[in-house]
Write a protein that binds this ligand. Structure first.
Ligand SMILES: Nc1ncnc2c1ncn2[C@@H]1O[C@H](COP(=O)(O)OP(=O)(O)OP(=O)(O)O)[C@@H](O)[C@H]1O
Ligand SMILES: [Mg+2]
Length: 343
């Protein structure tokens, strides 16, 4: 028998990139237990995620974390107590996704409970649902992460319209590349965010590509090149460069690009409820600028707590629960789809 929606216990599994994360949720909003093992330190010496290493590390961590998350939720007999397993099936790195999907299918067979494949980007949208009981569609969702920069109109859960996306790099990717160039390590977002708060955003005039078009679209590769040229020129000429000022000027351009298109999406659709998610949603400058705009425009703005911006399994469990309640099901043919497009 299927439990009442608010009572449904879901085990969420996320292994799409470089975080091994598991969570047990009750309904869409109540977190019983959540664990995460980040691989950042292992990848940082290479300046980015090494897929083969990521896959191996997920494999090492997933069973110890499974035991930890079940313990944390006080689950003694998962086959009796868990109702559903929700697992990220794409988009992401093939070798990383495989570890989560195969584990989820094995557990589903062993425990005789259903499994459902979750789209990672739908998961990012549900970070806000998991954190805010009051959030209901319709709303506009800006997903700004390491691999994506997309603005989606959530007409209802499961009914999405992509309003626009990036033509080239994702915003998080631009942060990571600029940080790498300045020797600031990986991931670049948090360190640039920190340095930017101490720098002069007017010191360098960096472009905000496509900001004047009337379409919801982004481009960060020109901005990245412009910032890279300033860094290279200073190296060539031996002139000193204040990293804080580059970071502040770069961040100002990214925030300008993002906020003007988020505003355009709200104007185009007339929807005044907005959410932000994905790793770049943790950016302090972006959060405060959006709060400011929301006040001016009379928007209802939802920002997830910072630890739910980057990858986590709470958002996957929440999205999987909702998808299951909408009647979706997966079976043993569930396979990872590294480029799964949901809208
Ligand atoms: N405070 C911050 N400011 C700006 N960017 C940040 C901040 N914190 C994290 N990021 C960026 O967020 C990205 C990671 O986010 P996330 O984990 O959502 O991406 P991903 O899962 O790798 O990509 P995707 O979700 O598109 O598959 C990195 O590019 C990182 O630099
Ligand atoms: Mg992500």
């Amino acid at each position: 028998m299927i439990a009442e929606p608010e009572e449904l216990l879901t085990l969420g599994i996320e292994t799409s990139c470089d975080d091994t994360a598991l969570a047990v949720m009750k309904g869409r909003n109540v977190v019983l237990s959540s664990v995460l093992s980040s691989q950042i330190e292992s990848h940082s010496e290479y300046g980015g995620v090494v897929p083969e290493l990521a896959s191996r590390m997920h494999q090492e961590m997933i069973i110890p974390l499974l035991e930890e998350v079940l313990d944390g939720a006080g689950i003694n007999d998962p086959s009796e107590e868990i109702d559903l397993i929700a697992v990220t099936a794409g988009p992401g790195l093939m070798g990383s996704l495989l570890v989560g999907v195969m584990t989820a299918k094995a557990l589903s067979q062993a425990w005789r409970i259903p499994v459902i494949g979750v789209n990672h980007l739908e998961g990012h949208i549900f970070a806000n649902v998991a954190a805010n009981r009051d959030l209901a569609p319709p709303f506009i969702s800006a997903i700004v992460s390491g691999g994506h920069t997309e603005i989606v109109w959530v007409k209802d859960f499961g009914e999405y319209e992509l309003l626009g996306s990036t033509r080239d790099d994702a915003a998080g990717e631009a942060y990571d590349k600029i940080a790498k160039m300045m020797g600031l390590g990986y991931p670049g977002g948090p360190v640039i965010d920190r340095l930017a708060s101490r720098g002069d955003p007017e010191r360098y005039a960096l472009p905000m590509p496509l900001s004047s078009t009337s379409r919801v679209e982004f481009s960060f590769s020109g901005l990245k090149t412009a910032a890279a040229n300033i860094i290279r020129n200073s190296e060539k000429t031996g002139t000193s460069l204040k990293k804080e000022d580059i970071c502040a000027s770069f961040q100002k351009a990214v925030i300008g690009s993002l906020t003007c298109k988020i505003k355009l999406a709200a104007d185009m659709t007339g929807v005044k409820r907005l959410t932000l998610s994905g790793g770049v949603a943790a950016n302090s400058g972006l959060r405060s600028k959006l709060n400011e705009i929301a006040e001016e425009e009379g928007w209802e703005l939802f920002l997830p707590p910072k630890n739910m911006c980057t990858d986590n399994a709470v958002m996957i469990a929440s999205a999987g629960t909702d998808s299951f309640l909408r009647g979706n099901r997966s079976d043993l043919s569930l396979s990872p789809d590294p480029s799964w497009e949901i809208w």
